[in-house]
Design a protein around this ligand. Structure first.
Ligand code: SAM
Length: 255
């Protein structure tokens, strides 16, 4: 039987599942703050774009740890609605605005931002394509900070190689990705791996209860059942092969 890939699931179903969770990808406030520590010259004049923001877990961390104005963009309207409600509850509505849009066709001005942020989302358009396209919206000397799936080793078992090449065809090693960052016009500033708690405590464990309720709600829906089976496999593969891959934060400065 052909293995199912995430691309075959309905976008709306995936988002229905994930918008009820705090995060839609691996990460943590501590690692967002750590990445922020590499960015210079932030002030109350700074404009940040957070692309593929989901419901905004990292957007709120950015807002609470800077004085910047943040435009958070995601393709899924349900996530943006939730993000704007959260910003209001936290009293951040004057500095945080969620908008619906696609990261491969950004509705921004050239050189509008001092900082472009994106956690767990650039693979949707491709690492190189994203870095290239987004650079036009950054001011000179502006920064980019993205997390991206990366190989930790030059070789790995065939089972995990196939899984990730199906999901993210251009997945590469950390060294390869840094060279792409340089090739696309950024000075690499830092790269660090996300620790395991970002995957296990903040991504896989919160999914468990949600998977049960989701299966109940969608009983008999083959797409929903396949989607949950895919997520469970993703978690099993992570515990089996986590020494070979993970998310890496890449931080660069536009040349
Ligand atoms: N940054 C959030 C986090 O870490 O919790 C969400 C990460 S989630 C793995 C990826 C996000 O990218 C989803 O919210 C999805 O809707 C969004 N996305 C996928 N394709 C997109 C596109 N073309 N433009 C904008 N957002 C997109």
């Amino acid at each position: 039987m052909e293995e199912i890939t995430i691309h075959e699931f309905e976008f709306a179903l995936i988002n229905e599942f994930f918008t009820e969770l705090e995060r839609q990808g691996p990460g943590s406030p501590e690692e967002t703050i750590r990445a922020l520590g590499f960015i210079g010259n932030l002030s109350n004049k700074t404009k940040i774009a957070d692309l593929g923001c989901g419901t905004g877990a990292q957007t709120m961390v950015l807002a609470q740890n800077t004085e910047a104005t943040i435009t958070a963009l995601d393709l899924y309207a349900g996530s943006i609605a939730k993000l704007n409600v959260t910003a209001g509850k936290l009293g951040l509505q004057n500095r945080v605005k969620g908008i619906v849009g696609s990261m491969d066709n950004l509705p921004f001005q050239n050189e509008e931002f001092e900082l472009i942020w994106s956690e767990g989302a650039i693979a949707n358009i491709g690492f190189e394509k994203g870095l290239n396209h987004w650079k036009g919206f950054l001011k000179k000397d502006g920064y980019i900070a993205v997390t991206y799936e990366s190989w930790f080793t030059d070789e790995r078992p065939a089972e995990i190689e196939k899984w990730w090449v199906d999901a993210v065809p251009e997945i590469g090693t950390i060294g390869h990705n840094i060279s792409i960052m340089q090739k696309t016009g950024y000075i690499p500033v830092a790269a660090f791996t996300l620790p395991e708690n970002c995957w296990i405590d903040n991504y896989f464990i919160p999914q468990k209860a949600r998977q049960e309720e989701f299966l109940k709600k969608h009983t008999g829906n083959k797409t929903a059942e396949d989607m949950i089976a895919f997520m469970r496999r993703e978690a099993d593969l992570y515990s089996k092969y986590k020494q070979y891959y993970g998310y890496v934060f890449y931080i660069g400065k536009k040349m």
